[in-house]
Design a protein around this ligand. Structure first.
Ligand code: ADP
Ligand code: X2W
Length: 294
């Protein structure tokens, strides 16, 4: 039997959720599930339960997933080394085949299956389905010399998103699970960073919240301390002095773009914390880093 104090604590936590359930009822919440946060079986189950719960209390969760480490694992098996420049994967034709297989197949179906096992109705999509993520080849600016462009192969930048398939799924009981693959005018496919897709999708859907689940407590300063809130000026400084690097670069710029484009709350949070998503959406507990528009 629960002691009275434990029971009272549980009841208080449940009661705390009520104003959040009201506030976010019928609102869209885009959740980026990073490949690095997807490693532990128990945490994956918690994630799926959280997504289903948000849907059942009337919100519209839209999941965008990554899978960087999972792609690396498959490349390793093929004797190929994954290479990243400024947080973006250099994607030749062979790597693109692996990206499509791992993101569009393995990882996407695993998440769909997890959510469905917990009572949700997840539908897996890539940007090709419903022709919804339009992309073109990205020519990336060199951070150290903006006059120089870097060619990283079949990596895409989003040119447009047609959200009708997502809106259709949201209106029903479905939970969209999106793999970050875009399609070009001639039907060619592009590898797009999942943070970029999540940010743009949140903007286009007019999402109330964008939550980026990753494998750090949030954005950390030079001495490894958590930064709970970040303004654009602070972000510029952290990029310039090298505190932000690798995968955090596309993450932070997508987060900032989304905040500036009207997504009301953008959070980078620790996906290694049990039920991090519920804590973020339904409690007063602030976890991670809030990205401010100004
Ligand atoms: N200042 C920073 N604070 C936190 N993480 C950082 C920072 N700079 C770089 N990183 C790196 O960014 C990583 C998160 O990005 P990424 O590897 O792309 O994860 P995900 O798969 O969740 O998108 C962290 O694991 C960390 O290694
Ligand atoms: C262009 C580019 O970098 N694409 C990423 C797509 C997956 C991704 O973003 O996965 P995470 O969120 O787990 O990092 C890649 O190939 O790794």
């Amino acid at each position: 039997m629960l002691s009275q104090t434990t029971a009272a604590k549980k009841a208080r936590t449940l009661a705390e959720a009520l104003p959040y359930i009201k506030r976010f009822f019928d609102k869209t919440i885009v959740i980026k599930y990073g490949g690095n946060a997807m490693t532990d079986e128990h945490l994956k189950e918690c994630f799926a339960q959280d997504v289903v719960l948000l849907k059942l209390v009337g919100m519209n969760p839209v999941v965008v997933h990554g899978g960087g480490p999972q792609i690396n694992e498959m490349l390793d098996k093929l004797g190929k080394k994954g290479e990243f420049i400024q947080g973006m994967r250099v994607t030749d034709a062979e790597t693109m085949d692996v990206v499509e297989m791992v993101l569009g197949g393995q990882v996407n179906k695993e998440i769909v299956n997890l959510i469905n096992r917990h009572g949700g109705k997840a539908v897996g999509l890539t940007g090709q389905d419903g022709n919804f993520i339009h992309a073109q080849k990205l020519l990336m600016e060199d951070m150290n010399d903006p006059s120089k462009m870097i060619d990283i192969g079949q990596v895409g930048e989003i040119t447009a998103i047609d959200p009708s398939i997502i809106n259709f799924l949201d209106k029903g009981d479905f939970i969209p699970v999106v793999a970050p693959i875009g399609v070009g005018v001639d039907g060619e496919t592009y590898n797009i960073n999942a943070d970029v897709v999540a940010g743009k999708l949140a903007e286009i859907l007019g999402a109330e919240k964008l939550i980026l689940l990753t494998n750090t407590p949030g954005v950390l300063d030079k001495s490894g301390e958590l930064l709970t809130g970040l303004t654009p000026k602070q972000i510029d400084d952290l990029v310039a002095d090298g505190t932000l690097s690798g995968g955090m670069l596309p993450k932070i710029s997508s987060a900032l773009d989304a905040a500036r484009s009207g997504v009301k709350a953008v959070h980078i949070i620790d996906g290694r914390v049990e039920h991090a998503l519920l804590l973020e959406v339904l409690t007063d507990e602030g976890v991670g880093t809030l990205i401010k528009a100004k």
